[in-house]
Write a protein that binds this ligand. Structure first.
Ligand code: SAH
Ligand code: SF4
Ligand code: F3S
Length: 504
């Protein structure tokens, strides 16, 4: 546990402090009392499950929530059979929202059986007004709702929830009409609260937020609206956190931000992302450095040079393309052309030949034609991605592209025809992605490369799963005592996107 604290030193009979994070530690101390009392009443420990629906940043937020839950006395649970379930939601595409609604239906039936169960919803989806309205109307059994900007106040919100009814309710499990849902959503914030507890999923690797929010406003994307304006953490705080992680046995860090290349611009003393990387590299004990996500428009020569020289920065760059058609890129507000992207990819390959480049692609942006998909396919063939995440465009209310989609909408028949055209383009593109990725990944066959051993293989417990510097996965026989270590592995057989190997 990062930032563990001695709760006996906190006087909960006094008024809560105004300063952060002291205020949250005060509320954690209060919550501990509730959890202890309830656990004594039930004669067993209480359990809590934090379920992550979104990206790496969403997952890191879940680790922060878990840190607070464990600090106040909950035991971690893997699934919804728990006393407290928290859904950390995502709204980047509509299917992310639908998954949450689907799971909420299931939770309702669990809650009917387990009257003292509590349910909280947080994350990006909660920043949408229409979602809050729907929860108030159709999901009244939920106990607590908060957003992305006030996640640091989780302990304070929990204290309010516990105060508003006994913790695991001798009430009717919140099913009655008088049940109050505590809802606290902020539109924005520039506040960054440091030094709260965090519970890492892996002891040997960790994500680290280096910045929050996004100012790019790609026309299809809802993230700037639900995560707020771009703000960077100070380099001192980041380096202090990474040093503490290193002392705690973390070998690999992943620096997280929606656009890490623009790191530092909002700081009082601006520094570049490349300068930050140089500093992180100095930290003893850290053996691997990753980062996500890079925006092509901000990827500097300085960054390429730092990556090239570094022994620690991994040989992997996630460089979202979105589209290979300059016409569509302009409509997407990506601020680069097909030619600029290709020139950048070529420069990176020239400077760092062993690098793996991966990408994100959207098919079906409003107005996209099969000829535009051909342009994207052309880029895929030229860049030779190791992997590409392909998405069908999803209309997000409030974004400029949603307005474009509405203007362009036709009759129901025309819309259906377009849907089929998009699906056809998507399948065509996916095939090229898979074919090129297979060829590209296969280039490593026969080499011996270092892998960080992450876990026992889920399908076959005789195998371990490791990750190469370039992010490729390799499975190989070995003992689980190797988990967390970096070991050389012979890449014997390529199976599409992963390898079967042998430890050397
Ligand atoms: N900040 C990151 C990505 C955040 S979202 C970046 O700029 O790369 C992850 C991916 O989801 C995006 O790269 C994009 O490909 C996809 N995405 C975002 N909004 C989408 C939408 N409305 N429909 C379909 N895919 C979308
Ligand atoms: Fe969304 Fe674009 Fe920001 Fe990425 S850079 S989060 S795609 S607005
Ligand atoms: Fe989803 Fe929010 Fe991440 S919308 S992709 S969880 S920033």
């Amino acid at each position: 546990m990062e930032n563990a604290i001695n709760f006996n030193e906190i006087n909960i009979d006094s008024k809560p402090p105004e300063d952060e994070p002291a205020r949250q530690y005060y509320f954690m101390a209060k919550c501990r009392q509730y959890v202890k009392a309830e656990s004594e009443r039930l004669g067993r420990p209480l359990t809590a499950a934090v379920i992550t629906f979104g990206c790496q940043m969403n997952a890191r937020d879940s680790e922060k929530l878990s840190g607070i839950l464990e600090s106040i006395g909950y035991l971690p649970a893997e699934d919804e059979n728990a006393d407290f379930v928290i859904y950390n939601t995502c709204t980047v595409r509509d299917n992310a929202n639908q998954r949450v609604y689907g799971r909420l239906g299931h939770i309702n039936s669990l809650k009917k059986k387990n009257h003292h169960m509590k349910v909280a919803l947080c994350g990006c989806m909660m920043q949408e007004l229409s979602v809050i309205e729907k929860i108030k109307k159709s999901y009244r059994f939920v106990d607590l709702v908060f957003g992305t900007h006030n996640i640091y106040k989780f302990a304070e919100l929990l204290a309010e929830m516990f105060d508003s009814g006994d913790i695991c309710g001798t009430h009717s499990g919140g099913q009655n009409a008088s049940h109050r849902i505590i809802i606290d959503i902020w539109e924005n914030t520039d506040k960054i609260v440091e030094d709260l507890p965090v519970e890492r999923k892996y002891p040997f690797k960790s994500g680290i937020n280096i910045m929050f929010g996004c100012d790019n406003f790609c026309s299809y994307c809802i993230v700037p609206y639900v995560r707020g304006r771009e703000r960077s953490r100070s380099p001192e705080d980041i380096l202090r956190e990474i040093s503490a992680l290193a002392r705690d046995g973390v070998a690999e860090v992943m620096l997280l931000g929606q656009n890490v290349n623009s790191y530092g611009k909002t700081l009082e003393n601006p520094i570049t992302f490349a300068q930050l990387l140089r500093e992180v590299e100095q930290i003893e004990g850290i053996e691997r450095i990753r980062f996500m996500t890079s925006h092509p428009k901000d990827l500097s020569d300085e960054l390429i040079a730092v990556m090239k020289e570094s022994k620690k920065i991994c040989r992997h760059l996630h460089l979202p393309l979105q589209s290979g058609s300059t016409r569509i890129l302009t409509a997407m507000n990506r601020r680069y052309t097909k030619e600029q992207y290709l020139a950048l990819a070529e420069k990176i390959r020239r400077e760092i030949p062993d690098i793996s480049i991966t990408t994100d692609i959207i098919v079906g942006f409003p107005g996209e034609e099969p000829a535009d998909v051909d342009e994207t396919i052309d880029v895929i063939k030229k860049v030779q991605y190791d992997n590409a995440f392909t998405f069908i465009y999803s209309k997000r209310t409030g974004t400029p592209a949603a307005a474009m989609a509405e203007t362009m909408a036709g009759t129901p028949e025309e819309n259906l025809e377009r849907e089929m055209m998009v699906k056809e383009g998507f399948d065509r593109l996916l095939k090229v992605v898979q074919d090129t990725a297979r060829q590209r990944v296969a280039r490593l066959e026969g080499q011996i490369l270092d892998a960080l051993v992450e876990e026992v293989n889920e399908q076959d417990s005789r195998l371990l799963t490791g990750r190469l510097s370039n992010n490729t996965i390799v499975h190989f026989p070995g003992d689980k005592s190797l988990i967390g270590r970096i070991v050389p592995v012979y890449l014997k057989e390529c199976h599409g996107f992963y390898y079967l190997g042998e430890k050397r």
